[in-house]
Design a protein around this ligand. Sequence first.
Ligand code: BGC
Length: 753
Amino acid sequence: MKKSIIVLAALCLTIHARAQQQQKMFAFVDQLLSKMTLEEKLGQLNLPVAGDFVTGSVMSSNVGQQIEQGKVGGLFNIKGVAKIREMQKAAVENSRLHIPLLFGMDVIHGYETTFPIPLGLSSTWDMELIEKSARIAATEASADGIAWTFSPMVDIARDPRWGRISEGSGEDAYLGSQIAKAMVRGFQGKDLRGKAAILACVKHFALYGAAEAGRDYNTVDMSPVRMYNEYLPPYQAAVEAGARSVMASFNEINGMPATANKWLINEVLRRQWKFDGFVVSDYTGISEMIQHGIGNYQQVSAKALDAGVDMDMVAEGFLKTLQKSLAEGKIKQAQIDTACRRILIAKYELGLFDDPYKYCDEQRAATEVFTAQHRKDARYIAAKSMVLLKNDNVLPLKQSGTVAVIGPLADSPENMFGTWSFPATKTNATSVIKGLKETMGDKVNFLYARGANFADSTLARNAMVYGGPSWDTRDDAAMLNEALSVAAKADVIVAALGESSEMSGESASRSDITIPHTQQKLLQALLQTGKPVVLLLFTGRPLALTWEQEHVPAILNAWFPGSEAGYAVADVLFGTVNPGGKLSVTFPKNVGQVPLYYNHKNTGRPLDGKWFAKYRSNYLDVDNDPLYPFGFGLSYTTFSYGGISLSQKQIKTGETLTATVKVTNTGKTAGEETVQLYIRDMVGSITRPVKELKGFKKVSLQPGESKDVRFTISVKDLQFYNSDLKLVAEPGDFKVFIGGNSRDVKEADFTLL
Ligand code: BGC
């Protein structure tokens, strides 16, 4: 009793102290606002690029002068604490009101220490590791001058043609939401005023991943019910986890570009989700609305402000046209004030008014970036992100004999990072061959040959805008002959193949999602040697691997593992780490099945028997099944699942039920399994998916060991947005499924009364 009173009193004091701090902040910001001219206010809304890395086709000019004139609110993609300090100094010492700048950067999957691409990270299904990766990224970025990251990218994506599928957490709203929260926690920490805390920016709001035909920046047209149930939850989760900024997306939604979408930003994000941070446009997102066809430069800028965008990335539409729109009565002064206020609040919350050089600590930059501990963590996380897709007794490799490592990705450090890794020093990465030699070189003899170039000339050229992989000028036959003579000397072949870093990411859509032909030919030739072949796959998207699944004895999907790639690959290939990654996205059999995702609807004519069936929902030339389903991933051991036992067969609102399943390690190696819980609502007021992920748990098991894994199911897990967009749980029958992936599951039934 006494203890609870003390806890309550402490809580009241904290709330009171917080309210006081907030009042102090509002008073400070209001006072500052009252001193600002209109130009200075518009300056705060301006985010030019003065960066070392330009991620769009427009470059800002005269930035130095603009800073001193108070025409810049922040800058992005500048690397290095010395440069950042210099620019901050220009703002703080030479501008009239000394307002500090906000320095942003795309710190997406690490800074110098680089983790797997986000799609790879999501395959760990491990929130602690994901949060840790974001924490380390924030530590390194903040040590080097960065206050704000344009991450997490939480766009649900079901179309592997879209290159940016690599930047997100896959196809599922539940898993995506857990990851979104973990990332925000990792970046922002517990207190934004902390030295190593940086502002998160949830992007791309919204539905960017649903681009038609998987072509980047393309149109999105989607029912609100689908948005609310399947696409919006991760953005909302990130906002609820406290993310203080949001980036509007390039795409249109039902006829209105997201950047001018009042319903989306002001209604959904701000009113329904109570987001009170600031919204930034994407790179020239405002001026691109001229091409979208909704107005001229002045009009689109006014529309963006009116919709709720506070900061203009690169387009300078706010800076150059809002004054005129204000004079003409097209926008209100209060709208400019509100936007400016939100940006000043973010700066205040980060502690920049107390110390504008908070992130400019040269000492930290020298000691906290690319540290041995960070690299050790990155190596482990990379190993945990790898997904074993097939293994006919080839892996783990024997720690003896000769291994031929062949392929354009075998000795390609720059291609170990994947997309959005420009803060990283490319020479810092460990290639596959280097990592293998350093880790196992005293026991195993490693041979190397490139074997082929990445791709034929057109695909290669288009995927080499930033330099791309080094190009071997020898002809194909010479490279192949060399590879075959190296292979002849080996006991086993590791074929390091797949995509180059630039073959996924922004503006890197593909209409053919197979391994490029030059490499396929190499793989076929290697298989013809009759030696065991491991396909060590690098990719930023699900690839169609139907041929490979049939012919190659082992396939390990390494995604793009990051700076420690070679070591992590060695750990997994030789069994130091038993792979346990699970796909967060479906791998189709061919591109024609796309979009293919596990939580689809049933249709009125589902294919419930064998393919092919006339007048059923199926194809003439391929069945409906994925090659690898969502949640799939093998291990060096095997797991078996007992039946599901439910604590009760019926629940009422306010009650919970427990589903328990016994999981046994039936193999000879210790391993970790991700046990997945899915639910199906059998009858709804609107149609419901055939199953939806509602929980997952990790369980580590020694050989022969069994553990009971328990899930608590509450009415909340049964809720969905109905046709009125109300969150409801409808009484009726439900199925619960538990298994090691979305396809191979045990099932049981219960009823919601
Ligand atoms: C991308 C964003 C990124 C921004 C800044 C844009 O092209 O769509 O994801 O944050 O550039 O680099």
